[in-house]
Design a protein around this ligand. Structure first.
Ligand code: SAH
Length: 463
């Protein structure tokens, strides 16, 4: 397995100092699972590339561990937790950001391009983007064929991945160290009790802010549910709306085999998909909270205007921080706005949009206020499409951690069954000239349905 890191910082051969490896000679290191080689395919003043090549010894592994099956497949050539271990051993001081000969350079942002020759990716290119783009990487990914000599066999689940960025080398190495095992679905080479500490230490300064932090923790600490719970609770510092519900759902989820995508993510993805299907370009996120959906929407280039609305000032501030609005590139910044407003009052600023998402909001309204919400959204703002999600109360019996009769979040004023949502939504649609369709999101249960229900309203042609 091969990782290359290239810089055009000048003089580019300073990369040798940063890595603590002389560009003039190749070096090899013996690790428990094989050999790591560091060498420089190019080393000029204008550009310099370092390569870390890992030669995993499958036979040695088997001899050492006694557990052979999981290692006898792609382990020798695909990037995995072995590569992370090699980075942390062979490039230890570079990853820590220390450099004897160029101390100031170790903390200076420099142009870097990392290339992973072959990464197994469960979840495809979209998943790669969700991991690296929030960190500011420019990512390109190319899916590799199963066998180059046999194109008819089609594609594999391996990607060649290129990540371009300008940042200190230590940050790049740290991100790779944490995220490579997250991409890989195989059993990790390690996972020890102190992995939680390691994850938190290496995640410092970026992981708590990462929109996928829970998913990253779950996959990094693969198959160790008690560790995952510990890590997630320590990554979430401030309490967020919906977090309580997420914890409840995660507990249940962790018992389901091989569930790696949380309900929250599935729900947001379902909303993004529904928005795409509606062909909307100008969209509202009503009750946007801390911007979980907005962060995904801004990554959709076909959306030309994105407006988040919330009644909670503090939530909007957090959304602005998480979106990094103050540092956002101007072209992107011009596409997004946050508005302070209430959904139970008519608001002219919300008129004329193609679509609105109302994600996990209606259950926070007092039932007598629902009529005012209905007027504000369906009579006044009147977007072409309205996507409403809300808990399916029937599913609550399937959350082992939820006492009977309790709502999923203490601020919920009600939680509806599928029939109750249908009754409300059909009446709203009829009153305001919309049609409505219903969907379920999350693990499907024959009896009680899925944990989240979604109503998609489409405005009928007018005139
Ligand atoms: N849609 C977000 C947040 C859901 S929590 C997400 O999925 O992550 C519910 C949000 O609705 C909170 O941020 C709350 O402040 C907001 N909210 C509740 N009543 C509101 C009202 N009347 N007008 C606008 N926002 C409201």
């Amino acid at each position: 397995m091969l990782l290359t890191i290239r810089t055009t910082h000048q003089p580019a051969t300073d990369l040798g100092y940063l890595l603590g490896k002389n560009p003039a000679r190749a070096q090899s290191f013996e690790l428990a699972f094989g050999a790591a080689h560091v060498f420089y395919p190019e080393a000029g003043d204008d550009a310099c590339t370092a390569a870390l090549l890992l030669d995993v010894d499958p036979v040695g592994l088997v001899r050492g561990s006694g557990t052979l099956d999981q290692y006898v497949n792609d382990r020798p050539y695909a990037a995995s937790s072995f590569l992370s271990v090699a980075i942390s051993r062979v490039l230890r001081s570079a990853m820590a950001g220390t450099c004897r000969d160029r101390p100031e350079l170790a903390t200076t942002p420099i142009p870097l391009t990392a290339r992973l020759a072959s990464v197994p990716v469960r979840g495809g290119e979209g998943f790669l983007r969700r991991l690296f783009e929030p960190l500011g990487y420019e990512l390109s990914a190319e899916r590799l064929p199963l066998d180059e000599t046999r194109p008819e066999w089609g594609d594999s689940r391996y990607f060649a991945v290129t990540l371009a960025t300008t940042r200190p080398l230590s940050e790049l190495l740290t991100h790779l160290y944490v995220l490579i095992p997250v991409l890989d679905n195989a059993k990790h080479y390690w996972v020890d009790d102190d992995e939680v500490e390691k994850l938190l230490r290496h995640g410092e300064g970026w992981l708590p802010e990462h929109p996928e932090r829970a998913l990253i923790a779950r996959r990094y600490l693969k198959h160790r549910h008690s560790l995952v719970r510990d890590a997630i609770s320590r990554l979430v510092t401030a309490e967020e709306p919906g977090e309580e519900e997420n914890t409840a759902s995660h507990d249940a989820e962790e018992q389901a085999v091989e569930r790696t995508v949380s309900l929250n993510e599935q729900r947001l993805q379902a909303v993004v998909d529904a928005l795409k299907a509606s062909c909307a370009a100008r969209v509202l996120d009503l009750g946007c909270g801390e911007g979980n959906l907005l962060r995904r929407l801004i990554r959709e280039p076909h959306l030309t205007e994105i407006v988040g609305v919330d009644v909670a000032h503090r939530s909007l501030e957090i959304a602005a921080e998480k979106l990094k609005l103050d540092r956002m590139h101007e072209a992107k910044r011009n596409r997004i706005r946050l508005l302070h407003g209430s959904l139970v009052y008519r608001d002219r600023r919300l008129e004329g949009f193609d679509a609105a998402a109302v994600v996990e909001v209606i259950e926070h309204l007092d039932p007598p206020r629902l009529a005012a919400f209905e007027r504000a959204v369906f009579a006044s703002a009147r977007p072409g499409t309205v996507i409403v999600t809300t808990p399916n109360a029937e599913y609550n019996v399937r959350w082992p951690s939820l006492p009977a009769g309790r709502f999923r979040h203490r601020d919920h004023r009600f939680e509806w069954t599928r029939a109750e949502l249908a009754e409300w939504a059909n009446a709203v649609a009829a009153r305001h000239g919309y049609t409505v369709a219903f969907h379920l999101v999350g693990p499907m249960d024959d009896e009680v349905g899925s944990p989240t229900q979604m109503a998609i309203f489409t405005r009928a042609m007018e005139g």
